[in-house]
Every structure is written in structure tokens, then in C-alpha cells.
Design a protein around this ligand. Structure first.
Ligand SMILES: [Zn+2]
Length: 258
């Protein structure tokens, strides 16, 4: 065989191998992406509903204690103000058909950050600065209903389970099995503190705006709160994470028919 031809064949073969390797890499990347975006959330949802109530309770208790030891401090709100908001909160959760979750409202100060967050079992924390930011009962309702929406959709436990699955997966892949228990604990904290997925935020917004309409006839309070947070608070760790953008969320809410 002429050496020129041989050379060309070798080149062709190399090219073929390159294509095979690249396709294989693409398949692996695609599969990982699917696993991450589809399979893990699906699995997490199934696992989360199967987790018994006492675990939900323990997660809330543990998380609140951890947050109290680290981030949160005592509320400066008057007893009267707390009473007033608690009454509003009970009205908002009053019409829940079945009490799968145990709703409790906790008032805290968080370095003067306007924030609110939901824990797995129904504990909702609202900060003093967030209370101050809300102009009236409707705006407070918008904030509380958004958090209730996360709990009703079970986003918190799903997020904890997802992070744990990812961490366990990584632990197995990296072969560090002894770190697994640490990893599970970390998954819990990350699951709670990480920003929710875009879809989860939009679901909670939808829940809140529908309930605002039912309660007050419109959902204007929701956009009002978003607008204030968007202008006053650029901090990424604050309420309502960066994705989706406030603009997108306001637009989505405004598309919800009153
Ligand atoms: Zn949210």
C-alpha cells in the first residue's frame, strides 16, 4: 500500500475515533443533565412524600435551632405587632383542607435583612425588616402566602432530598463513604438555604397570587412587594433569589387573571 494512502486511512480512523469519543462525551453530558434536571427532582418528589411526619418536625426544629445559633437574633417587634401578624397568618392558613403540615410563624431579626423563609414542616420565619418593608396587611399576606406556597408544594423537603441525593451521589462517585453522614447533614442545610429552582419560585408566586385574589380581589400587593425588594435590596442572599428576575415574576403574576 502506498504510504500516502496508509497515512490517509490512519487519519480517517483518528477522525472516526474522535467523533466516537465526542459523541460518547455528549451522551454522558446529556444523561447527566437529564439526571440532574429530571430524574433527581422526580425521585426527590417521590421520596419527600414518603418521609414520615416526625422527620419533617425534626428538620424544622433542627434548622431553626441552627439558624438561631448562627444567623438569627431576637425580634424587636412589639407583642402587639406580633399578635396582629399571627392573627393574619392564622387567617391565611385557615382554609387548608387537610393539615399535612404544622404551620407556625416565627419572628426574628436577621441583620436587618428583609427576609422570609419556609422550613419543611410549615415553620415560617419572617424578619423584622421584612415586616417593616410591607406597607399593609395585603403586602404582608403576599409575603406569607408565597412561603405557604412553598410548603404546600413541599418544595423545601424536595430541595433537601435533591441536595442529599446529589451529595450522596458525589460521595459514592468520589469513594468517600465515611463522609456520607456529614454530606447528608450538609444536604439539609444547603437544601434549606439554597435558592429554590426557578420553577419552585414561580409555583409559590402563583399560589400566592391566586390566594391574594381570593382574599382581596386582586394581586397588586405581590408586585408592590417585588418592586420594593428589587429597588431596595440587591443582596443575592435576601428573600426571593435572583432567578427568576423580579421583572419576569411581576410579568407572570400580572398574567394571572383576577
Ligand atoms: Zn420563594
Amino acid at each position: 500500500m502506498n504510504s500516502n494512502l496508509e497515512h490517509r486511512i490512519r487519519k480517517e480512523k483518528q477522525k472516526q475515533w474522535l467523533w466516537i469519543a465526542m459523541s460518547a462525551l455528549l451522551v454522558v453530558l446529556f444523561a447527566s443533565y437529564q439526571l440532574y434536571t429530571q430524574a433527581i427532582p422526580y425521585l426527590a418528589q417521590k421520596i419527600a412524600v414518603a418521609i414520615p411526619q416526625p422527620v419533617y418536625q425534626a428538620v424544622d426544629k433542627h434548622t431553626l435551632t441552627t439558624l438561631d445559633d448562627t444567623e438569627l437574633s431576637k425580634t424587636q417587634l412589639s407583642e402587639l405587632k406580633q399578635q396582629e401578624i399571627s392573627t393574619l397568618f392564622s387567617q391565611l392558613i385557615d382554609n387548608k383542607r387537610e393539615a399535612q403540615h404544622v404551620y407556625t410563624l416565627e419572628f426574628r431579626n436577621w441583620e436587618d435583612q428583609a427576609n422570609a423563609m419556609a422550613l419543611a414542616n410549615g415553620t415560617i420565619i419572617i424578619t423584622d425588616a421584612m415586616v417593616a418593608l410591607a406597607a399593609d396587611q395585603q403586602e404582608l399576606s403576599a409575603i406569607l402566602l408565597h412561603e405557604i406556597g412553598h410548603i404546600e408544594h413541599n418544595h423545601v423537603m424536595e430541595s433537601i432530598v435533591s441536595s442529599s441525593l446529589v451529595f450522596v451521589g458525589l460521595g459514592v462517585i468520589l469513594g468517600d463513604v465515611t463522609a456520607l453522614s456529614d454530606v447528608l447533614l450538609q444536604g439539609t442545610i444547603i437544601g434549606i438555604t439554597q435558592s429554590y429552582s426557578k420553577q419552585a419560585e414561580l409555583e409559590a408566586d402563583k399560589y400566592a397570587s391566586e390566594h391574594l385574589i381570593a382574599q382581596y380581589g386582586d394581586h397588586n400587593a405581590m408586585s408592590a412587594v417585588f418592586q420594593k425588594l428589587a429597588t431596595e435590596n440587591q443582596d443575592e442572599s435576601s428573600w426571593l433569589s435572583t432567578h427568576p428576575s423580579f421583572d419576569e415574576r411581576i410579568e407572570k403574576i400580572q398574567n394571572t387573571e383576577p
